[in-house]
Write a protein that binds this ligand. Structure first.
Ligand code: SF4
Ligand code: FE
Length: 489
């Protein structure tokens, strides 16, 4: 019988792994204990910790449809539209608790996508992928593992297909097929949470033709598999972590996800962990299903983070003596409206989810893409409003070191003061939080996470039902008969 890890046990489980992770030219000894990674690790740890709080149990846990056991919802296969709704409610909750990206959703989405698409491959081609995948999924559920969802290849020259690239490794591919498994080579970019995952779950990044069949590969490996090398990316203001607490803005949970360049340098994958190998005609379907699931999320996690930013803006207004003035109220209301608009979209695409042949439920693809396209725009607007409300100190505030300085500290405090009784340090902390949430990596992540805006527009246009809309217009404009109207006599 499996058991749900809590946050501390998650940290301990990471210490038992030995992934190869580099940052700033040096090898990271322990992902769980490295100060540069620690905030991201703590954000991910909340996906474990909150599952043990009775107040959040209904959202954070589920019953496995495979074993009947209680599992963390981050390893669950959605069995109904209600499950899809609980998923985005869980994400809003975690966004509110961390003010950051808690990373574990990408693996959840990769697991659900593979569950759906391996079934479809087997149905059409008589392969054995779904059984293999279900066995793997049972292990993930039983051991409460965090998986990366490794999709985005580095892609090289964007005008060339994978097999046309001068360097064939710019998309992850099979370089050797052996009796006991395959050997893969290539690299995935922007891998959220991968450094602190237990497992890497890898999917193709695009639709593929027959010449690209070596690139049609999906599999999983332990995160410390030989040949798997990660390079942790820089983030805006990341070294503030080494300078103390206040300047970070969100010292405990970080600056969005914490991404790595994930290099598969001839990694061996046994057949039991291979979930697609050469079935190029299913690569597009796998990508579309994954994108639907991941785009569904953003009106959950990002609105949770927006709740924190709106709260910080309201507190700063209060502490500055401008709360209640009509322009402040108007801007705060506008921020709430923008955030709740995104939330509506996430709920809508979840409620309109449908059953796939595998039995698992998938969010509505058109509306999921609308969610994500809104997230490439509306957070810029609510961040603009937060900066407008806060004022210039968002970018000019003195450092924590100056606040604590024996020479100048008292003067910094004196001139940071706002309303009587509010400690100046609290003012500084709130400005730094607004800075963290409205600048830095937050906005590019909203733009490109789960795919860039053009990717969403392609799906929206394809699924818009334009022919049907034209028919509607023809009837109303009198170009065609209106059978119902005729019945009125
Ligand atoms: Fe989850 Fe949001 Fe982070 Fe994506 S950006 S991994 S959906 S928290
Ligand atoms: Fe993301």
């Amino acid at each position: 019988m499996g058991r749900l890890m809590n946050g501390r046990e998650y940290l301990e489980s990471l210490r038992r792994l030995k992934p190869t992770v580099y940052f700033m030219g040096r090898r990271i000894e322990s992902v769980a204990d490295e100060p540069m990674l620690r905030p991201h690790v703590q954000a991910a740890a909340m996906t474990y910790e909150l599952a043990h709080d009775p107040r959040y149990e209904e959202l954070m846990t589920a019953t496995s449809h495979l074993t009947g056991e209680k599992i963390n919802r981050f390893t669950h296969i959605h069995q109904s539209p209600e499950d899809l709704v609980k998923k985005v409610r869980m994400m809003r909750l975690l966004g509110r608790k961390t003010g950051s990206c808690f990373q574990r959703c990408v693996g959840l989405d990769a697991l659900n996508s593979l569950y759906i698409v391996t079934y479809e491959i087997d149905q059409k081609l008589g392969t054995d992928y779904h059984r293999r995948f279900v066995e793997y999924l049972k292990k993930v559920q039983r051991e409460d593992l965090m998986c990366s969802g490794s999709v985005t290849d580095v892609k090289g020259d964007r005008s060339l297909r994978p097999h046309q690239q001068p360097d064939p490794d710019l998309y992850v591919r099979v370089v050797e097929r052996r009796e006991d498994g395959i050997v893969v080579r290539g690299a995935k970019a922007h891998q959220t949470g991968a450094a602190n995952s237990h497992e890497a779950v890898v999917l193709p990044t695009r639709a593929l033709g027959p010449e690209d069949r070596d690139y049609a590969v999906a599999f999983s490996v332990p995160i410390d598999a030989p040949g798997l090398i990660q390079v942790f990316g820089r983030q805006t203001n990341d070294t503030r972590r080494l300078d103390g607490e206040i300047d970070c803005g969100n010292p405990n949970y970080g600056i969005v996800g914490g991404e790595t360049l994930m290099i598969f340098n001839d990694v061996f994958v046994p057949w039991e962990r291979v979930f697609m190998c050469g079935e190029h005609e299913f690569a597009g379907r796998l990508v579309e299903v994954f994108a639907t699931f991941h785009r569904q999320n953003y009106g959950g996690c990002k609105t949770g983070v927006a709740d924190v930013l709106i709260g910080a803006s309201a507190l700063l207004a209060e502490y500055s003596g401008i709360a209640g003035s009509s322009h402040v109220e108007d801007k705060l209301t506008e921020m709430v409206h923008l955030a709740e608009t995104c939330w509506c979209c996430s709920l809508a695409c979840s409620y309109l989810g449908h059953r796939t042949p595998s039995g698992a439920y998938l969010a509505d693809p058109l509306l999921a893409n609308v969610v994500k396209l809104n997230i490439t725009r509306l957070p810029y607007e609510w961040s603009r409003l937060a900066q407008d409300l806060a004022g210039g100190l968002v970018t000019t505030a003195p450092s924590e070191k100056d606040l604590r300085s024996p020479e100048v500290g008292k003067l910094v405090e004196k001139y940071l003061a706002r309303k009587k009784g509010v400690p100046p340090e609290h003012i500084l902390r709130l400005f730094r939080l607004v800075e963290n949430l409205s600048l830095g990596g937050q906005l590019p992540e909203c733009m490109h996470g789960a795919g860039s805006p053009q990717a969403q527009k392609i799906v929206i246009r394809r699924r818009a039902g334009m022919e049907e809309k034209k028919e509607l217009a023809k009837r109303i404009a009198g170009l065609e008969r209106d059978e119902h109207l005729e019945k009125l006599g």
